[in-house]
Design a protein around this ligand. Sequence first.
Ligand code: PRX
Length: 702
Amino acid sequence: MAEIRPKPQAVSEATEAQIAVHWREEEYYYPHAKFVGQANLTDPSIIERFSEKNYPECFREYADLLTWDKYWDKTLDTSDPPFWKWFVGGKINASYNCVDRHLDKYKNKAALIFVPEPESEATISVTYRELYVRVNEFAALLRDYCGLKAGDRVTIHMPMVPELPITMLACARLGVIHSVVFGGFSGEACGMRAADSQSHVLITMDGYYRNGKMLDHKAGADIALETAKKEGHVVNKVLVWRRHQGKNASATPFVKDRDVWVDEILPKYAGTIVPPVPMDAEAPLFLMYTSGSTGKPKGCQHRTGGYLSYVAGTSKYIQDIHPTDVYWCMADIGWITGHSYIVYGPLALAATSVLYEGVPTYPDAGRVWRIAERLDVNIFHTSPTAIRMLRKSGHDEPTKYKYHFKHMTTVGEPIEPEVWRWYHDVVGKGEAVIVDTWWQTENGGFLCSTKPAIDPMKPGSAGPGMPGIYPVIIDENGQEVSAGSNKAGNICIKNPWPGIMQTIWGDRDRFVTQYYAKYCKDRNSKRWQDWPYFAADGAVLAADGYFRILGRVDDVINVAGHRLGTKEIESACLTVPEVAEAAVVPVVDEIKGRVPEVYIALQPGIQPSQEIIDKVNKVIETMIGKIARPKHVHIVPDMPKTRSGKLMRRILAAISNNMKTGDITTLANPDVVEKVRELVQGKETVAVADGPEDLKRFGTEE
Ligand code: PRX
């Protein structure tokens, strides 16, 4: 029976990250017997095998899922904390593990099934044999035409097409470090990342379909190169894949000697076989840029051996992937979910991984379920935003289609129990098990989740730590918060794991300060126990050991499951000459979870106008991308500030979300709060809502 817990008393001296939380404890759901009967992981001894007493050797189990060129000497090297080294001395190639080694058994099996957005275009299956041929040919082009070699970086700005994983795997074959930038990011955002990673080659595509329209994607490459140049970096080659044979979806002219069509040079390498380069286990496999609490996105650098082991292990045991499954993760490969759980994890296990080009509700709310039925997808993986959108646009649509999922994932944001239940009852038809997987770009793979055939599900809770991951909640005073105390705190991971990033590309100091400085008691300590990883998420631990994630405690906004730094958006706003100050806060959105809302104060003597608002909107779109588009831009007379001049984003967030603003007497300019409130909400509105937990904490972690 679901239990209603009494609201705990607020503790007056509690800091903001410790605020007591309260909600209904949800009831457990148990996995279907049919699922358990076929699951990869049914033996509860995994908990013992991966317990602290068997750490770190327990992770051999994951590494042993792979084929190594040379077995490692040391599982974990902690001599230079927090720069952990995994499977030291080992040599391995990721491309070989995701492609070549499956040829004996599975060469005729589909590795990728590409579903174009227009329903009139046939799906394309790429068998493992074909993948092998295409990866080799493209690797030959990268090596011989572009002169790339192990350790070089390449920026990839591509849509969801099979050529994207082919490009990534070709890089991995050579040991070239790929940096995939989400296709929906603007050319400028791509250029900034290309400059930071010092990539001399950019790989893109002429165009792709989105919502029924063919978009000119290559145009972004020219902007990217200009931006990189302004940053002092020259990209000298642009490789352009073609979406439709014989056509050109881009109006942008090619720059001679710089831009080339891939399909014009690829035939030269037809049938070329490129031996996979045995890479050091610690050699970087890829960079993935993500937003943090400073203006500049940071390049999370992931290692080859540890990362691949971790995604293979979690794909097998948590995603329950068997080679016979048809697995569809609806994320974009341009995000970490796509890297780990569309490309590397599933392909390492010889799965069939589905790639969909377009918008889930195009041309109608039944599209996703038609694809699932037609391809007989049995594992489905998506985000709460997509689930909310599908629920709103077609509540009963799933019932019209004869697909059967055995397993479903939700990832990227907290899911409301009501939405979870729709996912379970309607999308999963009451048969599919659900895993709510909590993790981050920095982490490589899942950190908290239920083990699908072992642990019961609890709507809205991610579940316990993964095997070999020991999470803990720590309060602002460095004290561990106990299970069942109903107190929120900062979720941390006590131990290193193979999927954790190696460092921030080119910025070791920032890696330490961002993730470890907060709770490291002794910077000279060589014991991993002294270096808890700080995730910057608030969470609560229930008495049953299940973690419920509340959201970010820093100034990162999670929009539709994607991270945007408020400072990145604010920096964009400040490039508009009329803007003197900018503050960005999250506002609750029914579908996307949170979206940014912008507050700006103007330079002296400038009058507010729609034109300024339009300029702000436009600059955010060009510097970051449409994904960062604000819900509103408010021009305010002044910003609420502390006496020391600190901008109080939390108060603006409270106003935007119709929440109580709390104590404002300590502000330097308390009367501005009422003025801003009136401006945003109108005279009559009285803020009543207590508000979601993450918004109460917003901006408390600086
Ligand atoms: O706030 C957490 C939220 O997404 C953030 C990480 O975002 P990103 O690096 O883009 O990676 C997203 C996909 C792994 C986290 O700090 N988050 C992720 N998964 C969950 C979640 N919040 C609640 N529940 C989840 N399952």
